[in-house]
Design a protein around this ligand. Structure first.
Ligand SMILES: [Zn+2]
Length: 161
């Protein structure tokens, strides 16, 4: 069991954070961006980067080869759909994707938009962790949070169509 402190200050104990989120036990701050039969997308606002999305499977699996045929189709279609909307609505030119199987949660893909300011941390894989930490530790201004929340809303609205 893992202890999770929610944004409203209450603490819950969950077996798997991804299960708690995708199953609706925990409501992500900003809400669910889009949801299908097999997948669930939200922004982890602990990393306040405009347009960042975490796409998680609803089933508690860890590895890519555990996806069923239907889940695979749903995954790639939803990933592409979110990517397209990031471009059209938020003008995001490039996205970094990452996903590791030895996670303490379950199957989830990070979609991290690439912004100009990130290049000071380098390029490619080695820049991802420093970028995320920088966002988490230094980008919590009200102004930036507002931008992040409004991006969540814009993506959510567009993905309803
Ligand atoms: Zn799980």
């Amino acid at each position: 069991m893992r202890k999770i402190t929610l944004s409203n200050g209450t603490t819950v104990e969950v077996e798997c954070l991804s299960c708690a989120l995708t199953g609706g036990l925990i409501e992500p701050e900003g809400g669910v961006v889009v949801e299908t039969e097999y997948f669930h997308a939200h922004q982890d606002v602990a990393y306040p980067i405009r347009g960042l999305i975490i796409l998680a499977s609803k089933r508690h699996i860890k590895c890519f080869d555990e996806l069923t045929e239907e889940e695979r189709m749903d995954y790639i279609n939803l990933l592409s759909k979110i990517r397209k909307v990031q471009r059209e609505i938020l003008d995001i030119e490039y996205v970094y994707y990452f996903y590791n199987e030895d996670t303490t949660h379950h199957f989830h893909t990070w979609m991290v938009p690439r912004y100009e300011w990130m290049y000071e941390f380098g390029r490619s894989i080695e820049s991802v962790r420093p970028v995320l930490l920088h966002a988490r530790n230094n980008m919590n201004s009200e102004e930036n949070k507002k931008e992040v929340m409004s991006a969540i809303k814009a993506l959510t609205n567009e993905l309803k169509c």
